[in-house]
Design a protein around this ligand. Structure first.
Ligand code: ADP
Ligand code: MG
Length: 400
């Protein structure tokens, strides 16, 4: 754990860069510092590895004051990635990746397997290790930059606006990559940004700074729901605030209650007539206590022939989401995992509802593209073909 206790930093000339900062950062947490330029983000981050030393207060790592650590040893334990430092052009990809472990005098035998392991994590072929940066695309080079930051296996990684100068699409894919690797490797990340979307995407905890002070520190969800001041609202922007109003509600608020279901011992013919009567293409199979057992779709029933099997014989297992799932997480399921509809179950796995693509898309329409938006701004998710596809499909569904 990293802990700031009443930390202040005053530069010569009475320049207050950080004032009475108190933060607790748990192991494996992803913390983003955000604020306007000059608000003290970099100063706070650099105090963690003693590149800047506090004027007063103390910083503890695992309960020990960092002033008691040897500064060189401390910096070895903490990875640091400065703004937009590219790869070394005259070194191979391999040499770039193992640069810090080499500086730390790791055994050479360990380095090749390390580099191979890391390059596989970013889906690039091992043969690329022997190429030079100029032989890789810009996006590939950036991915190498990310794994280089992780190569020395330090438990704490500091990143100061690493993606500040990148185009939005590259930035987006690197954010996903960083988040994925952070989760996989369980490292603590401290990440400085001035982009709220970036902070909302990445952070477990966001620390909002203004003029050397912490204005608010909380989860992205709570910051969106309860922005502490106008400054925070401004950083979030109106669009995000609108979005937050509903997308952090649970799926219970938009689900169809008591979806059409049928019991395990009913036959295919009975199922077909129930579908016809209710005009649905999917039936959920439940037992007497309403536990979700499986699902049968209209196409499965089309194939049964004369034998007229029971639901138990032909149903497949159904993926389900729990009733406390946030809408924003459900959006992810629909969009990434391409579900057409999802049953909702309670904590006992009893069927309580159904969320359809159409209801999700409705939520997106009303919140991301607010109705009174008369500007010709591009929609937030326009870059994404999958998403467009999803929406067209849902519109099609509605027009039936
Ligand atoms: P941020 O990273 O949020 O842009 P910084 O931490 O770099 O902010 O800076 C916070 C404040 O401290 C700013 O007003 C900046 O001018 C001042 N500052 C930063 N570094 C120094 C320094 N070495 N000497 C004097 N003032 C500094
Ligand atoms: Mg800075």
């Amino acid at each position: 754990m990293i802990e700031f206790r009443n930390v202040s930093k005053i530069y010569p000339g009475n320049q207050v860069a950080a004032e009475n900062i108190n933060i607790k950062i748990e192991d494996g947490q992803f913390v983003c510092f955000i604020g306007t330029s000059g608000s003290g983000k970099t100063t706070c981050m650099r105090m963690i590895n003693r590149m800047n030393e506090p004027t007063s207060g103390e910083i503890l790592i695992d309960g020990k004051n960092i002033m008691e650590y040897d500064p060189v040893a401390l910096r070895r334990e903490i990875g640091y990635v400065i703004q937009q430092i590219g790869l070394m052009p005259h070194m191979t990809i391999y040499e770039n990746i193992v640069m810090v472990p080499r500086l730390l005098k790791w055994n050479e035998d360990k380095l090749r397997p390390l580099a191979e392991n890391l390059i596989e994590k970013v889906d690039l072929p091992i043969s690329y290790l022997d190429k030079y940066p100029s032989e890789l695309s810009g996006g590939q080079q950036q991915r190498i930059g990310v794994i280089r930051a992780l190569a020395a296996d330090q438990n704490i990684i500091l990143m100061d606006e690493p993606f500040g100068a990148l185009d939005p699409i590259t930035r987006d894919s690197l954010q996903q990559l960083v988040k994925k690797l952070q989760r996989e490797l369980g490292k603590t990340f401290i990440f400085v940004t001035h982009d709220m979307n970036e902070a909302l995407t990445l952070a477990d905890k966001i620390v909002i700074m203004d003029k050397g002070n912490i204005i608010q520190q909380d989860t992205p969800e709570n910051i969106l729901k309860y922005p502490a001041t106008d400054y925070v609202k401004e950083l979030l922007g109106e669009e995000k605030l609108n979005e937050a109003k509903t997308s952090y509600n649970t799926v219970e608020t938009i689900m169809i209650k008591n979806p059409i279901s049928i019991s395990e011992d009913k036959t295919a013919y009975e199922a077909i007539s129930l579908m016809r009567e209710k005009r649905v293409d999917t039936l959920f199979i439940t037992d007497d206590d309403n536990y979700l057992k499986g699902v049968v779709g209209i196409f499965d029933l089309g194939k049964v022939g004369r034998r007229n099997p029971t639901m138990k014989e032909i149903m497949t297992k159904s993926f389900a989401i729990s009733n406390d799932t946030k809408i924003i997480e459900a959006i992810h399921q629909f969009y990434v995992l391409k579900f057409k509809n999802l049953p909702v179950v309670n904590e006992k796995n009893q069927l309580v509802g159904l969320v359809t693509r159409a209801s999700i898309v409705d939520t997106i329409y009303t919140n991301l593209w607010s109705e009174d938006d008369e500007s010709d701004d591009e929609p937030l998710v326009d870059e994404d073909d999958n998403f467009q596809e999803l929406i067209h499909e849902a519109q099609g569904d509605n027009n039936d």
